[in-house]
Design a binder for this molecule. Structure first.
Ligand code: TMP
Length: 217
């Protein structure tokens, strides 16, 4: 193993809606299990009971029609994260258990910084406040045009999807999110590996396997 000075890795999966984050997560877990490396999977917003409550609050349209302001949305994401990092992610890493997290700080930069136009620097400040020194070692960015992602999401549409504030956003919002993700990858090519997720599940799986094999070798 190349990075054998480390006991555990913190790997995040990022990308727009419908990019195939679950398939990516399954592929990574299989890799860790095959190599007998302890691993847990988690997600953001969420991952602990309190953070999961914040997830419902921030994702769903309020039933009474109250507006969710961008500042509130950002702080709810960060509140969930502050709890998740301290309660679950950091303790696992400290015990030598790798963590695979479906979305993390790059999502906040892409969605709130880019999509909501709050600015990347503002978001970075709150990300740093919430995470302390807990930063991903590797990030897999599943890239897909929003139109293709949405066509996939529509196929598995559920009652939940109807009340999802993010899925309901216009294409322009999702294009800004995608472009922000790609800019982040350009700025940090060592950490963020872009995987083309517009092909079949098998193609994405193979591309993810390649990334993880190159990372932990
Ligand atoms: P998902 O986990 O099903 O993709 O849903 C999470 C939603 O929350 C998704 O639309 C992206 C959004 N989100 C943000 O806007 N900011 C964040 O920091 C995170 C973690 C997620």
């Amino acid at each position: 193993m190349k990075k054998n000075s480390k006991k555990a890795w913190f790997i995040t999966i990022e990308g727009p809606e419908g990019a195939g984050k679950s398939t990516c997560s399954e592929t990574l877990v299989s890799f860790f299990e095959a190599n007998r490396l302890p691993v847990i999977c988690t997600r953001e917003p969420g991952g602990t009971p309190m953070a999961e409550k914040l997830r419902s609050t921030v994702k769903n349209r309020p039933e009474d029609g109250e507006t969710v302001h961008s500042e509130t949305e950002l702080l709810l994401m960060e509140a969930a994260r502050a709890q998740h990092v301290r309660e679950k992610i950091a303790p696992a890493l400290a015990q030598g258990i790798s963590v695979i997290c479906d979305r993390f700080t790059d999502s906040t930069i892409a969605y709130q910084g880019g999509g909501r136009d709050m600015g990347c620097e503002t978001v970075r400040y709150f990300n740093d406040f919430a995470t302390g020194d807990c930063k991903p070692d590797l990030t897999i960015l599943l890239d897909i045009p929003p139109e293709t992602g949405f066509a996939r999401v529509a196929k598995r549409a559920s009652a939940d999807a109807a009340s999802d504030r993010f899925e309901a956003e216009a294409l322009e919002f999702h294009n800004k999110v995608r472009n922000t993700f790609l800019k982040l990858a350009e700025a940090e090519p060592e950490r963020i590996k872009v995987v083309d997720a517009s092909g079949t599940k098998e193609e994405t799986r193979a591309a993810v396997e390649k990334v993880i094999n190159e990372f932990i070798r």
